[in-house]
Design a protein around this ligand. Structure first.
Ligand SMILES: *Cc1c(COP(=O)(O)O)cnc(C)c1O
Length: 380
């Protein structure tokens, strides 16, 4: 029967005939030690040294000046967009082929997503689609770029590095710079992914990572805003800690802030996980190489990193022939306890985003019908 070889290969790789998840976390370093340390010290919550340490490590890894630890990637995106200058009534360019959090973060700021197509090869926002949209609808004014059809300000652009494969960052940054539109990278999936030797998340004004349980490293729940703009770092910290003005005992908050700070307990976990990141990356690359060799023998298209990029191989994927083959693959593999998942449904299929502007979406719709994720956990 079709795909039996694939199921067998995956079971052999993961040495299991039981349920094989898409991505399971592994805790083989200092996780217990650091988490216990927060319990022993009683500093589990909003005060503690692990938050500062996690921020320091993440600024280093992402090659940025400032990192702000937050409760999850979604709230990180929400704040990053606010810092970039997104306001109620604005428009924000992004891709429809993404996890819902990207679009939600735009809406939380009272702005409307503009869904533009992805590139076939990166599965992320297409610089060409952005350029064409702006050539047709963009109008430069003193206070920024406006959509001449709707009259609304286009206040940010949010590319997302799908499954850890970087978008064409140079071209995208070039287009957005020409139109003076700030770029906020949704780098939730791309910790450990590089473009021309530079870490994803460090190209835009701001970048956001997620440490959710299914990501390459996890803090249980958590995220990180990174930026090379010192003021954004400072204001980001302030906004995510209820905008409290430091004082020995008085409570004074100088603007509408949020309780989005990462608790020390979660920060302890991510510090230990980040120590393992290089090992995880090497390990996942080995699995990707093995998949690549195997799928050649099956005439199945395994997605590999593009030239001048280094992917983290967070969730590995296959491109199937068509929707029927995709559906057959999902059915057979899941019935065999081998977890596989389709890529997300495009955002404009969801009720809250069905009326948003979108371009032709040729590549997004093609990929939507064909891309599936296969088990991608770190194998020890
Ligand atoms: C995981 C993810 C997020 C959100 O992260 P959370 O930490 O779960 O809030 C945002 N965008 C993308 C593309 C993601 O994959």
């Amino acid at each position: 029967m079709a795909f039996q070889e694939t199921i067998k290969f995956i079971q052999d790789k993961f040495k299991s005939k039981d349920f094989i998840p898409l991505h399971a976390p592994v805790f083989i370093g200092n996780e217990r030690k650091y988490v216990m340390d927060t319990l022993d010290s009683t500093f589990v919550s909003s005060v503690g040294a692990y938050v500062d340490l996690a921020e320091k490590i993440m600024a280093e890894i992402s090659q940025t000046k400032k990192a702000v630890a937050v409760v999850n990637g979604t709230s990180g995106l929400q704040i990053a967009l606010q810092l970039a200058g997104v306001n109620t009534g604005d428009e924000v360019i992004t891709q429809a082929l993404t996890f819902v959090a990207t679009a939600n973060a735009i809406r939380y700021n009272g702005a409307e997503p503009i869904f533009l197509d992805v590139d076939y090869e990166t599965m992320g926002l297409s610089p060409k689609a952005v350029s064409e949209f702006l050539d047709e609808f963009g109008e430069k004014r003193e206070s920024g770029t406006f959509n001449k059809k709707t009259g609304k300000k286009i206040s940010a652009c949010v590319p997302m590095h799908t499954f850890g494969f970087p978008v064409h960052l140079d071209e995208l940054i070039k287009v957005c710079s020409a139109w003076k539109i700030p770029v906020v990278e949704d780098a939730a999936e791309s910790l450990g992914s590089f473009y021309n030797g530079q870490h994803t998340g460090s190209f835009g004004q701001l970048g956001v990572f997620s440490f959710n349980g299914n990501k390459i490293v996890t803090s249980g729940g958590g995220g990180m805003i990174v930026t090379n703009i010192e003021d954004f770092g400072k204001l980001g910290k302030h906004l995510t800690t209820t905008a409290k003005v430091p004082h020995a005992y008085e409570f004074y908050h100088d603007q509408l802030g949020y309780n989005f700070r990462m608790p020390n307990l979660n920060a302890a976990l991510i510090c230990a996980q980040l120590e393992q990141l290089d090992r995880f990356l090497i390990n996942k690359r080995k699995l990707a190489d093995a998949y690549s060799e195997f799928f050649k023998t099956q005439s199945l298209a395994f997605r590999q990193e593009l030239e001048n990029t280094k992917a983290n191989y967070w969730l590995m994927c296959l491109e199937l022939e068509n929707l029927e083959e995709r559906n057959a693959f999902l059915k057979v593999t899941n019935e065999a306890n081998t977890m596989t998942r389709p890529i997300w449904q495009l955002m404009y299929r969801l009720p809250m985003y069905q009326d948003c502007f979108r371009d032709d979406q040729k590549n997004a719709e093609y990929l939507e019908e064909r891309i599936v994720n296969i088990p991608s956990s770190v194998i020890l």
